[in-house]
Structure formats: structure tokens, C-alpha cells
Design a protein around this ligand. Structure first.
Ligand code: SF4
Ligand code: SF4
Ligand code: SF4
Length: 273
């Protein structure tokens, strides 16, 4: 079985495991990926929500602050951002929308925007979302990212609305959350892994671990690479995160999906421990 099939199977199994509350399974921990605890079926809690509550209105709760960071730090040290490609249900969702996004990518305007120098800087937006809306506004004014989170809207609000129709009481952020959810939907259908590339605060938390993680994706040693690489660009073209794989060097954007490994005709890229 190739990596992509194994990955798909793993993603489906983890998605099912994340939704076992109707069978009485509730862990009391938080997920190491993005999923909303407001989902009526969710087995665990959202790590971002836990972090927000730990600093809420400057009332610091160190246990609530430490345990999501320990869980995320543990998976981060082991696999870097691998959780994004192999486990996160929102990664799975974007895998399904990628077919449309790839078609749009071939259109002339999308090509130009994709190569625009600002595209690179837009990737830093996720760090601003993390620091600004998960930590700062939660601590200073009590406004939390998860109040308007599109993932919460998709996996928490929408299922709750459909199950408890008529009893649902919208929060004061419902309208803005709906608009952000619509923008999120447009984003993931127009740019492959657009949410993960630019805005996901959890991706921002995991990304720096790529620099030190035990498992990572690497090229073969430099001399062989320079001699054997065909410069065919097949690796970069297939990369869902838009990485220039020829210059890959523990890139914080790499989600360890293994697509570049499988596509390289010269076997110059591999998983490294
Ligand atoms: S970047 Fe965020 S949404 Fe994307 S796969 Fe990673 S944790 Fe999930
Ligand atoms: S560099 Fe390779 S493993 Fe990393 S995200 Fe791109 S295709 Fe996947
Ligand atoms: S797919 Fe392999 S041979 Fe082609 S550019 Fe990438 S590393 Fe070089």
C-alpha cells in the first residue's frame, strides 16, 4: 500500500475515533489536531479552546495552559507537522476539496497570484492569528479565536444546529462566524490546503517543531542530489503546501504527506528519522 492510501486510511480511522461520544467514549483530554469540542460526537476537546481558557481575562490557569502544550509538543517533537497530513480531520477535508483547488490553480489569474511575492508573506498570517487571537485578545479583552472559528462552525455549530434545530441559541458572534465560515469554504475550494498554509493557528503552533522533529522529510545528501536531480519539478508541483521541494530543508510548512517522495523518479527524497 502506498503512502497516500495509508494516509487516507489513517485519516478516516482517526476521524471516526474523534467522534465516539455517542458510544460513551470521552477522554477528558484535548485532540492533538483541529476539531471542535462543541461537536455533539467529539471524543475530546479542542486544544486551542483549552489554551484560550487558560489565559482568559488574565486569569492564568497553568494546568489548562500546560497540558495541551505538552500533548502538541509531544507529537510535534516526534513528527513535526505530520499530524496535519496524517490525522487532522480538517486536513482530510482539504484533501477532498484539493481536486477543485488544483483545477483552479491552472487558471492564468490563479497562477499569477500563486507566484506573487506576497504569497510567501501571507503564510505568516497564521502566527498572527495564534498570538493575536488565541492568546492576546483572550487574555486582554476576553475575545477568543474559537468564538469565530470556521472549524468550530463546521464541526460544532452546524451539527448542533441540525440536531437541535429550534432549540439552538446563536451566540453574539454567530453572524461574523457564518461569514468567516463562508470565506473559509471559498478558500479551501480555491487554494489547495489554503487554510493550513495561511491561517490555521494550530498549524502555526506545530510548524516550528519541523526544525527539530525526529521524523521529517529530507533530500538525499547534497552531492548525490545535485548530480542526480533532473530538475523536473514533479516534487514541487505535487506538494499540497506549495513548497519549493528542491530546496527543502526542514521547511516549517511541510506536513510530511510523502507525495514528493512517491513522485520523484530518482528516489531523491525520503522520510528520515
Ligand atoms: S494546519 Fe491546522 S487545519 Fe491544517 S491539518 Fe494542520 S492542524 Fe489541521
Ligand atoms: S515537501 Fe513533500 S512531504 Fe512535505 S508537504 Fe510537500 S509534498 Fe508533502
Ligand atoms: S522530483 Fe526528484 S528529480 Fe524531479 S526535481 Fe524533484 S527531486 Fe529532482
Amino acid at each position: 500500500m502506498n503512502f497516500q492510501r495509508k494516509r487516507f486510511l489513517t485519516q478516516i480511522l482517526i476521524f471516526l475515533a474523534a467522534n465516539l461520544r455517542p458510544f460513551g467514549v470521552k477522554t477528558g483530554f484535548c485532540f492533538p489536531f483541529f476539531y471542535c469540542n462543541a461537536c455533539p460526537a467529539a471524543t475530546s476537546a479542542c486544544p486551542l479552546r483549552a489554551l484560550e481558557l487558560s489565559v482568559f481575562e488574565n486569569n492564568f490557569k497553568w494546568k489548562l495552559f500546560t497540558y495541551p502544550l505538552l500533548i502538541l509538543g509531544f507529537v510535534g517533537v516526534l513528527t513535526g507537522r505530520g499530524i496535519c497530513a496524517w490525522a487532522c480531520p480538517i486536513g482530510l477535508l482539504q484533501r477532498l476539496t484539493a481536486k477543485v483547488a488544483r483545477k483552479i490553480k491552472k487558471m492564468p489569474l490563479a497562477k499569477r497570484l500563486g507566484h506573487h511575492p506576497l504569497e510567501h508573506y501571507l503564510r505568516y498570517a497564521k502566527y498572527f492569528v495564534l498570538i493575536g487571537f488565541v492568546f492576546l485578545t483572550s487574555a486582554l479583552i476576553g475575545f477568543m479565536f474559537t468564538d469565530i472559528c470556521p472549524i468550530g462552525f463546521l464541526t460544532g455549530t452546524l451539527p448542533t444546529l441540525s440536531i437541535f434545530w429550534g432549540k439552538f441559541v446563536p451566540s453574539s458572534y454567530f453572524l461574523i462566524a457564518s461569514i468567516i465560515f463562508i470565506l473559509f469554504t471559498i478558500l479551501i475550494f480555491t487554494i489547495e490546503r489554503g487554510w493550513c498554509r495561511y491561517f490555521c493557528p494550530l498549524g502555526a503552533l506545530l510548524a516550528p517543531f519541523n526544525k527539530i522533529s525526529l521524523l521529517h522529510v529530507a533530500r538525499v545528501e547534497e552531492k548525490t542530489f545535485q548530480k542526480e536531480c533532473l530538475r523536473c519539478n514533479a516534487c514541487s508541483n505535487i506538494c499540497p503546501m506549495g513548497i519549493d521541494v528542491i530546496h527543502l530543508n526542514r521547511d516549517p510548512e511541510c506536513i510530511l504527506c510523502g507525495k514528493c517522495i512517491e513522485v520523484c523518479p530518482k528516489d531523491l527524497i525520503h522520510y528520515e528519522k
